[in-house]
Design a protein around this ligand. Structure first.
Ligand SMILES: [Mg+2]
Length: 189
């Protein structure tokens, strides 16, 4: 309840997909580095590469000189080759929502926590972890909800409930971007 009352469960910003998190928006929030979830945020689960949209976004970030690191609860066999493909630093087995993985990733990029923006698709890992680490947080719609196993889907339902509550209270003004991304199959926002 303490986390709930402190809004630690809730994202600071909502976006349909990563492309809405533009360099202008990132810098406008006072941030200069990105810490990214992988599965269902920039890549379909266990796909070896990011979606084409995410790859184009990586290029945009690179041109804008905004470094990124991947922070994933997945194992090194999944995370390391994925990060290497994009020349990014990474933390695998991050144990999100613990903040340590985010702290390590921020350190690896040489940025203070409050200069980092976390982007992910799950409240109970990405958003709670990023908020706990004192970072700004953006939730995106999951790329392929239908592939989630049953337990995952139950958690998604609870997440949706909380997000709806948050949206009712005050989230509308914090929604960013307006892309219609065909990769995103859910309509959580
Ligand atoms: Mg994810």
């Amino acid at each position: 309840m303490q986390a709930l009352s402190q809004r630690r469960f809730f994202p600071m910003y909502y976006a349909r997909g990563v492309a809405d998190v533009t360099p202008e928006f990132i810098r406008g929030c006072g941030c200069s580095a990105l810490l990214l979830d992988i599965d269902n945020t920039v890549s379909r689960v266990d796909a070896p590469e990011a979606t084409r949209e995410a790859e184009a976004w990586f290029d945009t970030l690179r041109r804008a000189d905004i470094p990124m690191a991947f922070v994933s609860n997945n194992d090194p066999e999944r995370v390391e080759p994925f990060a290497r493909r994009y020349g990014a630093k990474y933390v695998s087995h991050a144990q999100k929502p613990r903040r340590e993985g985010y702290d390590r990733a921020a350190q690896a990029l040489g940025h203070a926590p409050d200069a980092c923006m976390v982007v992910g698709d799950q409240l109970f890992t990405d958003i709670l972890g990023g908020n706990s680490a004192g970072m700004q947080t953006v939730i995106v719609e999951p790329l392929c909800e239908a592939e989630d196993p049953v337990a995952f889907r139950k958690r998604r339902r609870l997440e949706k409930l909380l997000l709806r509550l948050d949206r009712l209270l005050c989230a509308r003004r914090r929604k960013i971007g307006g892309s219609q991304n065909e990769n995103h199959v859910s309509h959580r926002l």
